[in-house]
Design a protein around this ligand. Structure first.
Ligand SMILES: [Zn+2]
Length: 82
């Protein structure tokens, strides 16, 4: 059990029209697609990012936050096992 505080709201900024929208992130899944409420563009994560919050949000997704806080490897980002 972790007692750390997770930031569950992230401000997503659309790279197409620049609209910012505060969205609540799921804690148990990575959101891969996001429909911009401004222009309707479907946002997808940048290469190497696990979800749209990591690419376009002001706050990365909860699994990444936890990984940064605990120093462990994130759910799918930075997982470069060879
Ligand atoms: Zn947009």
């Amino acid at each position: 059990m972790q007692s750390m505080v997770m930031e569950l709201q992230s401000t997503l900024t659309c790279p197409v029209c620049g609209r910012s929208e505060i969205e609540t992130m799921p804690t148990n899944a990575c959101q891969f697609f996001y429909d911009c409420k401004g222009c309707g563009a479907v946002l997808r994560p940048n290469a190497g990012d696990c979800c749209v919050f990591c690419s376009f949000g002001s706050v990365p997704c909860p699994p990444i936050q936890e990984a940064r806080a605990t120093g462990t490897t994130a759910c799918c980002q930075g997982n470069t096992v060879s």
